[in-house]
Design a protein. Structure first.
Length: 231
């Protein structure tokens, strides 16, 4: 047997072609595993936020966090929860979502240099509290936008509080980063996780929801999963 056999160029090209073929076969499976791992982390993040939200409401006699500062920037909910997550909390500008439970691992906000408070999660501002100003909301006859109390909830297990928000490149305005919208308000496709998105419900649990099903709501009401008081 010849111990000094050398591979010919054709043999090397065949080996390389086989390796490329194998890589093309395994790459989709690998990417799928990576995405599933990110989704699992996202759900765990939201469970932490759910615990923080429940702790907040317990400390404040049922009153929940609000989405934004009065007449100003979104993300106030992050600042109000920060103390319950061992994050800086003296003011909204101190909160940094990157590499914390406030950042979805599949979001791209950090890459685009947005305000550090944004991490890919938004708050149900439409039904769980836009900003805290009772006199103003009373004057415009819109009390549903004021800070809300969890004791009013008729179905906490099916009321969305926080979840994956619009992706950076899909937003029209920067304030959209900190909110989640009802399907009738804006047709954002929350498709960050393989055709769906992750949400944290008012009772603290988190789940994955397929957007095409979730956006239909219940009994023709696309906002049913967002409403504090169900009809």
């Amino acid at each position: 047997m010849n111990q000094n056999h050398r591979y010919t160029l054709i043999e090397l090209l065949v080996v390389i072609a086989l390796l490329v073929s194998l890589a093309s076969l395994f790459n989709p499976a690998l990417q799928n595993l990576i995405q599933r791992a990110k989704q699992t982390t996202c759900l765990e993040n939201l469970r932490h936020l759910g615990v923080a939200n429940l702790s907040y409401t317990e400390d404040f006699d049922g009153w929940m966090v609000v989405a934004s500062v009065p007449y100003g920037a979104t993300g106030q909910w992050s600042a109000e929860l920060a103390a319950y997550l061992s994050l800086p909390w003296e003011n909204r500008d101190q909160v940094k979502a990157h590499n914390t439970v406030m950042e979805c691992p599949s979001s791209n906000f950090f890459e685009f240099g947005t305000s550090p408070i944004y991490g890919g999660y938004g708050y149900n501002y439409r039904y769980l509290g836009y900003f805290d100003d009772p006199k103003y909301w009373e004057s415009v006859n819109s009390p549903q936008y004021d800070r809300q109390n969890i004791k009013q909830a008729t179905s906490p297990t099916r009321t969305v509080q926080i979840g994956d928000c619009v992706n950076y490149e899909d937003a029209n305005q920067s304030w959209e980063y900190g909110y989640i919208y009802t399907p009738a308000t804006k047709s954002f496709p929350y498709l960050r996780h393989q055709g769906g998105f992750d949400v944290q419900w008012l009772d603290g649990h988190a789940s994955f929801e397929l957007w095409d099903e979730f956006k239909l709501g219940v009994n023709g009401d696309s906002a049913w999963n967002y409403k504090l008081v169900k009809e």
